[in-house]
Design a protein. Structure first.
Length: 368
């Protein structure tokens, strides 16, 4: 069975989601290909063990509609059984129209977010306006399946155009055992980073508007004044790195904040933390939080994040208020927990990627 994924222009979480499931699928039976503007997908080190083809789009429908349409027709005419479109917001639905014209039997539209991650205010407003225009004109006839990582993500992309009864929520599953708590690894990582005696707070995510790191640094500055032995680990890279480095310097936190960049072995750093923080302005359903929960970490997250993400009683959901977060932090850090329970909690909540991969195989083959 040939399945074509529409991937994002920037290599990131959507590709990680796809390949983490593909790893546990029958790859002799299911062939994954990708339609994207991103040339780097072919060379990505983390995906070299997979067999897949990349079909490059030379432009966008907005810039060169005729060139774009011609290329999409070429790609979709290669005999695909399923077209799986992964998106965070609407810019148009020309690909869906072409897929239906060609006669692809299964066309899946899959929502992965609940807002637009754009730092520039004017550009964000322009994209939001376009998103709302396209959403209002989207027809249910343009796809066979409507998926989302949470109900919040479903409402954002589909609105009232698609009845909730026809939408399927697909959980952002992970390799649970990779993140299970390991006391020896925790000790080794803390020693490597010089954190043996510290209260270690941390976050994982792209350094972007969405993740709201500016609030995180304000919070940590106030928390550090009260608890000078506290440290903050920030894992990820992105367009706001220089701005955040400046904020760290100006706050006098250079020795207390470790801006570590992107890490392939993120599980090691989760082991070293004592509490996970996620003050995002919005999320679909954050994979980083599920990974933190699997490692048994307590967490404080913003109340802008979907309630579906609260899969354990050690996850506190709070409004973006510094004093409220400090109180919540003090509560979770002083409460004894057994981090070995995290793995079980995540599996019981249905976030085991092996189970989700098998469900995905069934859904791809289904013509309902």
């Amino acid at each position: 069975m040939k399945i074509l994924h529409l991937a994002s222009p920037n290599l990131g979480g959507i590709e990680s989601y796809i390949f983490s499931h593909y790893k546990y699928m029958d790859q002799d039976k299911f062939q994954f290909d990708f339609m994207t503007q991103n040339q780097s997908l072919r060379e990505a080190e983390e995906y070299r063990n997979f067999q897949f083809h990349v079909k490059l789009l030379p432009t966008t429908a907005a810039k060169e509609p005729e060139v774009f349409t011609r290329r999409v027709y070429e790609i979709l005419s290669e005999g695909y059984d399923v077209l799986h479109l992964h998106t965070c917001f609407w810019t148009g639905f020309r690909i869906e129209e072409i897929a239906r014209e060609i006669g692809i039997k299964k066309v899946i539209v899959h929502s992965h977010s609940s807002a637009i991650d754009e730092t520039d205010v004017k550009k964000r407003e322009m994209l939001l306006k376009r998103h709302e225009e396209v959403k209002r004109s989207f027809s249910p006839d343009l796809a066979t399946d409507f998926w989302a990582c949470s109900w919040k993500a479903a409402d954002w992309l589909f609105g009232e155009q698609i009845p909730r009864s026809t939408i399927r929520v697909m959980k952002n599953a992970i390799e649970v055992e990779r993140f299970r708590f390991d006391a020896r690894l925790r000790q080794a990582t803390r020693k490597e980073l010089g954190l043996e005696d510290a209260w270690v707070l941390g976050t994982v995510g792209r350094l972007s508007f969405q993740k709201n790191h500016a609030f995180l640094l304000e919070l940590f500055r106030a928390f550090h004044e009260k608890y000078p032995n506290a440290k903050l680990l920030m894992i990820g890279n992105g367009e706001l790195q220089c701005e955040l480095e400046r904020q760290i310097r100006e706050s006098g936190l250079k020795d207390a904040v470790l801006l570590l960049g992107w890490k392939a072995s993120v599980e090691n750093y989760l082991q070293a933390m004592d509490c996970f923080l996620l003050p995002s302005r919005f999320e679909g359903n954050p994979i980083s939080l599920i990974e933190a929960a699997a490692s048994g970490l307590p967490a404080v997250i913003a109340d802008t994040i979907t309630e579906e993400a609260v899969i354990a009683d050690t996850i506190l959901r709070e409004p973006l208020d510094i004093s409220r977060w400090i109180f919540a932090l003090e509560e979770v850090l002083r409460k004894p927990i057994d981090r070995r329970e995290g793995e079980k909690t995540v599996r019981m909540a249905g976030y085991d990627v092996r189970q989700q991969a098998k469900a995905l195989e069934i859904l791809y083959e289904s013509q309902d």
